[in-house]
Design a binder for this molecule. Structure first.
Ligand SMILES: [Zn+2]
Ligand SMILES: [Zn+2]
Ligand SMILES: [Zn+2]
Length: 731
């Protein structure tokens, strides 16, 4: 009896048994292939996990699968195993996790055969003179093809303004022809441009990365401007010369055209960029190019971690501390942590790079599990920025800016350089209030204020996305004395324009960069080098280089020092230093001024005076005393219900039940349940139970019990619950 055990996309944490399609050759039943099966009233695509000969169900109740969709598995066995491991580690239903590991079109049943790209070229001797003078589109198209004898794709033709009609017409006239690009493995020179000369620090870092054979994790802790990227590029060059591939992961916000261009300028090999603007088809093509070994460098964000490579050579995780590597909903995996497991399975080196490494990664480096490579000098001899705290407790601010700061901004502009003003709130102001009765514009669906926007005018909740018009009068007392409170980027932009009318003020936040190419236009303006003020959110802190900025002004970063989240301090420190790192690159010495109400805060002092390493050491010490990660292992059980208190009482009952049944392994501890820091969000009431253990195995044993309990529990079906292992934040 042959039984197929399948992982099917469903919220259930179990596998499903089927009989093979009636006339199938058993040799084709390889774990990892996609299988079309009837499921309830529909057909779904499952993934074959194992072939067995027993079932917990009676054989005559099992249905036949309809069709095998693959002759070989889309994922190589080791990645298939890795995805299964990740499902169990992150306590996520296996069917859903496995779907995550493959592109959308494969989840929908498309073929995963690699299609050689179809290109067009002019036939020998083709000449535009043979076309009628008024057939302008055909003439242009033919000229374009003559210019590109190696052939160009239909996509590229359309991008140049050509259309299918002209293409067909020229083909009919036998002036052009289509062909498939050969599966090229030999590109001649790997390099398109010469590598930069490395300073001693870069040189020894590169040597250390290249030294070990096979699997090794290296942490490059390099200050902003120390030239980490050049080290990555030269490590990749070595791998390419060995005919292998490189997988590079960058944070969501860091995958800009600038990043990709940097790789394209350096290397003469096909590069696949897996970013969010791709169509499903383009994404699948890029994925297949990686799997077939056609693409030699793969750059992507979090979800690219499961991209198969035919010749894996190295994995690089840039800005490894960035929270975007951890998925925050659904399959809550950490791409960085999975990357380390992947490199181990593929026996390749992996490099984690950051100016401000996460405390988890630093801890691994301190314990000797990771090779710890420090880069403390700026490449090209530029001096690190001078850091100054501005105590604003006694100050009367004008629209959030202190006098000292305004003066400094003016000086830098007069010197002909650029200024960056960082403010971590978009919109005009964080809220609107009534001066007469104290009413505040709150979101009805969240425990949060509505943000006031001026262009276009509206109130916006940044937690649930609810939007509404601005009331003319107070809904409580009918007064017309409604006032914006606090400063967001829009308001700051307005103030700065008013204060410095002779200089452009450029706002950079999610609202101002929505339009396609908006960021590109902004960079063009900044790259002219003319004095200007950039005002914006953390978008400014990541991925972009502003060589002419000499002053970074940080307006309101210190609120994060008092966050309820134990990672609040770490994140604040990282953000401050990432923003500060924008100042004084290239040959312009820079300075950083940070306004604060807590100038005497010891952690802030350490950070400013002694830098990130000193801060991290102190913070690790605090974490050890408080029994927090990385010294313990955490998971968060979250519950959401539409009625208040219900989530919390559900979690209390669950905790009680597990304790009564003595299912709490030794060394596992509970905290809570508590209402979540933002109790109500998008209409749901939320509570959470924190679970931690010194020993990871004990934690995972409990989580497995917990899942089993929850799936049996009738009450649990009325609650939306989720488990977050190694949570990136505790909200
Ligand atoms: Zn009022
Ligand atoms: Zn908004
Ligand atoms: Zn809301």
């Amino acid at each position: 009896m042959t039984i197929l055990r399948l992982a099917i996309p469903s919220p259930l944490r179990r596998l499903f048994d089927y009989l093979p399609p009636s006339d199938v050759d058993n040799a084709l039943l390889e774990p990892g292939i996609r299988v079309l099966v009837p499921f309830g009233k529909r057909d779904v695509i499952g993934i074959l996990v194992e072939v067995t000969n027993t079932s917990d169900f009676s054989i005559n109740k099992l249905k036949h699968a309809k069709q095998l969709l693959d002759s070989e598995p889309p994922l190589p066995q080791h990645l298939f195993k890795l995805a299964r491991w990740a499902a169990s580690y992150y306590q996520h239903p296996e069917g859903d996790a496995l779907q995550h590991a493959i592109p959308v079109l494969l989840r929908k049943g498309q073929s995963c055969e690699y299609q050689h790209e179809t290109l067009w070229r002019a036939k020998e001797g083709a000449n535009t003179d043979t076309l009628k003078a008024n057939a302008l589109r055909q003439i242009e198209l033919l000229a374009l093809l003559i210019e590109h004898p190696q052939g160009i794709s239909e996509d590229a033709i359309r991008a140049e303004g050509g259309n299918t009609q002209s293409l067909k017409a020229l083909e009919k006239k036998e002036l052009i022809e289509s062909f498939h690009r050969e599966h090229k493995t030999d590109y001649g020179q790997v390099l398109r441009e010469a590598p930069l000369t490395l300073n001693n620090e870069q040189k020894s870092t590169l040597e250390q990365i290249n030294k070990p054979k096979g699997f090794a994790v290296s942490l490059i802790e390099g200050i902003t401007g120390s030239g980490k990227t050049e080290v990555y590029l030269q490590a990749i060059e070595k791998v390419l010369n060995e005919d292998k591939q490189a997988l590079v992961l960058v944070p969501e916000i860091g995958l800009t055209p600038q990043t990709v261009t940097r790789f394209q300028q350096r290397f003469n090999v096909p590069i696949a960029a897996l970013h969010s603007n791709l169509t499903d088809r383009q994404r699948l093509d890029a994925w297949l190019q990686a799997r077939e070994g056609v693409a030699r460098i793969i750059i992507g964000t979090r979800s690219a971690i499961f991209t198969p490579l035919s010749h894996p050579g190295i994995i690089i995780i840039d800005e490894e501390h960035d929270p975007s590597f951890k998925q925050q909903d659904g399959f809550r995996y950490s791409a960085r942590d999975i990357a380390v497991m992947r490199a181990r399975a593929e026996e390749t080196p992996i490099v984690l790079g950051s100016a401000t490494p996460s405390l988890e990664t630093l801890h691994n480096a301190i314990e000797g599990r990771y090779q710890w490579l420090k880069m403390t000098q700026r490449a090209g001899n530029s001096a690190p920025p001078a850091f100054k705290l501005l105590d604003i407790r006694q100050e009367k601010l004008s629209e959030g800016l202190s006098k000292q700061l305004i003066t400094a901004i003016g000086q830098h502009l007069n010197n002909g350089t650029q200024v960056l003003v960082f403010l971590n709130r978009r919109g005009f102001s964080p809220t609107l209030t009534c001066n007469d009765c104290g009413w505040i514009a709150d979101c009805t669906r969240c425990d949060a204020h509505m943000t006031l926007h001026r262009s276009p005018p509206h109130l916006h909740c940044h937690h649930c996305d609810k939007q509404q018009g601005i009331p003319q009068r107070c809904p409580e007392c009918n007064s017309d004395q409604l006032q914006p409170v606090g400063v967001g980027t829009e308001r700051s932009e307005q103030t700065l324009k008013h204060l410095f009318p002779d200089h452009p003020v450029i706002r950079v936040d999610r609202d101002s960069t929505q339009r396609k190419n908006a960021m590109h236009d902004i960079m063009d303006k900044v790259n002219t080098g003319d004095p200007c003020i950039l005002v914006g959110t953390q978008m400014l802190a990541k991925g972009h280089h502003f060589p002419k900025v000499t002053l970074v002004a940080i307006i309101n970063a210190d609120s994060g020092l008092f966050s309820a989240d134990f990672r609040g301090m770490e994140r604040t420190a990282q953000l401050i230093l990432q923003v500060a790192g924008r100042a004084g690159r290239a040959d312009h010495p820079g300075s950083v001024m940070m306004q604060t109400y807590h100038a005497e805060h010891p952690t802030l002092q350490t950070l400013v005076e002694h830098g990130y390493s000193a801060f991290a050491q102190e913070e690790l010490h605090n974490r050890r005393i408080a029994q927090l990660p990385p010294y313990t292992h955490y998971a968060l059980l979250r519950a959401e219900t539409t009625t208040k208190y219900r989530a919390e009482s559900f979690l209390s009952a669950l905790r009680q039940q597990l304790e009564d049944d003595m299912l709490l392994p030794h060394g596992v501890h509970w905290i809570g349940p508590f209402p979540s820091p933002m109790e109500k969000r998008a209409g749901m009431h939320r509570a959470q139970l924190m679970i931690y253990a010194e020993n990871r195995k004990n934690l995972h044993q409990l989580l497995a019990n917990l899942c089993w309990y929850l799936e049996q529990n009738k009450e649990a079906r009325k609650v939306r619950w989720s488990i977050d292992v190694d949570p990136a934040d505790t909200f």
